[in-house]
Write a protein that binds this ligand. Structure first.
Ligand code: GRF
Length: 202
């Protein structure tokens, strides 16, 4: 299945998806970044994957930016859009255009800690557990139907760095697993609140 991957930064999730691509029947047509300095772009180039950079400063609205993003994605004729550390909120225009085709990975046990700085928030809230969520993207930020979550424990010695390393390790395993379900057409978004795996509501 053809896909594009959207990134803004380091791209460790991108790397794990690249490494698993053959096994999970994924053809990565393009890696797109809103940040020209994203290290993930170098990872894509090393793997001979086409890259596109869209500079937000060249657009006078979020919609105009997303229209350009839609047009680039449409050139590739892909069935799946994978957000992997993409740090821009998508407009309703974008989300409705690609309804049911966008996956995101978020470093918390949603609905706990949507948004940024999730590891710090989990430590500050004295949580005993933390984790990662893969979900379909719908119009509401970090609120689309949850597909899978994985939990890690928070020890008293944990810092943002140790916790984020622990969570990232889990991210690198579960994202490819979910993408494989999608490429096998086992995973569907039914509406803003419901997703199914093998026809059963998740
Ligand atoms: C990950 O924690 C991911 O869950 C979040 O942003 C981070 C990206 O890390 N959306 P990387 O760029 O994949 O290393």
């Amino acid at each position: 299945m053809k896909a594009v991957i959207l990134i803004s930064g380091n791209g460790s999730n991108l790397q794990s998806i690249i490494d698993n691509a053959d096994r999970i029947d994924l053809q990565i047509c393009c890696v797109i970044s809103n940040n020209k300095n994203a290290f993930g772009l170098k990872r894509a180039v090393s793997s001979k994957i086409q890259t596109s950079i869209i500079d937000p400063e060249l657009f006078n609205s979020k919609e105009a930016f997303d229209r350009e993003l839609i047009s680039i994605i449409n050139q590739h004729g892909v069935a799946l859009i994978i957000l992997a550390g993409y740090m821009r909120v998508l407009t309703p225009l974008f989300v409705s255009h690609f309804f049911g085709k966008i996956l995101n990975i978020h470093p918390s046990l949603l609905p706990r800690f949507p948004g940024l700085n999730t590891h710090q928030k989990a430590i500050d809230a004295s949580e005993k557990t933390h984790g990662v969520t893969v979900h379909f993207v719908t119009k509401e930020l970090d609120a689309g139907p949850i597909i899978i979550q994985e939990t890690v424990s928070i020890e008293s010695s944990d810092t943002v760095k140790t916790l984020s390393d622990k969570v990232l390790k889990r991210e690198h395993v579960i994202y490819s697993k979910v993408i494989h379900w999608y490429t096998q057409r086992r995973l569907k978004l039914v509406n803003d609140l419901t997703a199914t795996l093998d026809g059963k509501i998740i």
